[in-house]
Design a protein around this ligand. Structure first.
Ligand code: URA
Length: 339
C-alpha cells in the first residue's frame, strides 16, 4: 500500500478488524510485531490485556471493531510521528464512519491526538468528548505492561464510563442557577447541605460567591450567584446560610479563607477533595474538574475558562457566573455520590 502524503512507505500494513457495523470502535497506536505476523490489530500482549479489560468492564458482549491511528508498522520499532498520524487520519475517519459506532475509544496518547487533536493523555483521559459519536480516550494497555500497573484501574474506570454511556446511564447533571442581587430572591435554608464556591481575579479580588442546595421540588441543584461587592441583605443571607447549614466545598479551606477575609463567617464541614483523597488514596485527579469528568461524565466543562485561569476578569460576568454555578452544582452532586 502506498498512501499519498505519507512518509511511511514499504512498511507492513495491518488493516482494522472486527464487527461491521460496530457499537464500539477502538483506536490504538500502530500495529506491533505480533499484529504484523497475524495481520490483525491488537492480537499481541497489549491486545490480550485489552480484551481482559473489555471483559472486566462489561464491554465484551458489544460489537467491537479495532483499528489503529496508523496502519503501518514503523520500522525499526518507534512511536508514529505526527506527520504519519496526520497522513493516515482521513483513512481513520472514513474507517470509523463506515462502522457507524455508538462510541469511539482511543487507547494512548497517539490515538488521543488522532481522534481529538489534543495532546496529553494524563490530562485528557476519561473525559467524554461529546460528538456523534462521543469519544473517550484512556491509557494504552501496553503502558501497563511496561510498568504502569497503577493505570490498569484507570483504564478500567474509563472503559466502564464507556459502558455506562452505551447503556444510557449518564448521571443527571442538570441544575438551575441564577444571579441574585437582593435577599428576597434567596430561600431560607437551615440544616440543609449547601455547597459553596468563590471566584476571584488575578489580584485575588473576589468576583462572585456561589451557594447551592438541592431544590426539594426538582431534586436538582439550585445555585445562587452573588456578584461582589454584594448588597448588605445578601451578605447577611450568606452569613446565616454558611453557618446554619452543613457547608461543603471542593478544597474548602481556600473558599472559607476568602470568605473570612471578606468578613463572612463560613463553616468548614465537608470537603469533596479530601473525601475523594480518602476514598481512592491516590495523589492526582482530585481536582474538581477531574472528578466531575470522572464521576459525572461532564467532559472538560472548564476548557475555555482554564485559558483564563487566574485572570477571570478577562471574561464577561455571565460567563464567570456560569462557571461558578457549575463548580457549585458539581460539588454538590459529587458530595451526594460520595456520602
Ligand atoms: N498496540 C496498538 O496500538 N495497536 C495494536 O494493534 C497492537 C498494539
Amino acid at each position: 500500500m502506498r498512501c499519498e502524503n505519507c512518509p511511511l512507505t514499504d512498511c507492513a500494513v495491518v488493516p482494522g478488524y472486527g464487527d461491521d457495523p460496530a457499537d464500539i470502535v477502538i483506536v490504538g497506536e500502530a500495529p506491533g510485531n505480533t499484529e504484523v505476523k497475524e495481520g490483525r490489530p491488537f492480537v499481541g500482549p497489549a491486545g490480550r490485556l485489552l480484551d481482559r479489560l473489555l471483559e472486566e468492564a462489561g464491554l465484551s458482549g458489544y460489537r467491537i471493531y479495532k483499528t489503529n491511528s496508523i496502519l503501518c508498522r514503523p520500522w525499526p520499532h518507534r512511536a508514529p510521528k505526527p506527520g504519519e498520524v496526520k497522513a493516515c487520519n482521513p483513512r481513520l475517519m472514513e474507517e470509523i464512519r463506515s462502522k457507524n459506532p455508538r462510541i469511539i475509544i482511543g487507547m494512548g496518547a497517539i490515538s488521543l491526538r488522532a481522534l481529538t487533536g489534543k495532546n496529553g493523555i494524563t490530562k485528557h483521559r476519561g473525559l467524554v468528548y461529546e460528538g456523534e459519536p462521543p469519544i473517550i480516550c484512556t491509557y494504552h494497555p501496553a503502558a501497563v505492561l511496561r510498568g504502569r500497573e497503577d493505570w490498569y484501574h484507570d483504564i478500567l474506570q474509563d472503559l466502564r464510563m464507556a459502558r455506562d454511556l452505551l447503556e444510557g446511564k449518564k448521571p443527571d447533571t442538570s441544575f438551575d442557577w441564577e444571579i441574585v442581587t437582593a435577599r428576597y430572591q434567596l430561600p431560607d435554608l437551615e440544616n440543609a447541605v449547601v455547597a459553596v464556591d468563590v471566584e476571584s481575579n488575578s489580584q485575588g479580588c473576589l468576583l462572585c460567591v456561589g451557594v447551592g442546595h438541592t431544590d426539594p421540588e426538582t431534586g436538582r441543584p439550585k445555585v445562587y450567584i452573588t456578584r461582589w461587592p454584594a448588597d448588605q441583605t445578601v451578605v447577611g443571607w450568606l452569613e446565616a446560610t454558611l453557618t446554619n447549614n452543613t457547608v461543603v466545598a471542593h478544597n474548602i479551606k481556600f473558599d472559607a479563607q476568602v470568605l473570612w477575609a471578606h468578613g463572612i463567617s463560613c463553616g468548614i464541614d465537608e470537603d469533596t477533595m479530601l473525601m475523594h483523597y480518602g476514598l481512592v488514596n491516590k495523589v492526582g485527579r482530585n481536582g474538581l474538574k477531574d472528578m466531575a469528568a470522572t464521576y459525572l461524565y461532564v467532559g472538560d466543562y472548564d476548557a475555555e475558562g482554564a485559558k483564563h485561569i487566574g485572570r477571570l476578569e478577562e471574561l464577561d460576568f455571565e460567563t464567570v457566573a456560569h462557571y461558578n454555578a457549575q463548580d457549585v452544582a458539581y460539588t454538590l452532586l459529587l458530595y451526594r455520590q460520595m456520602v
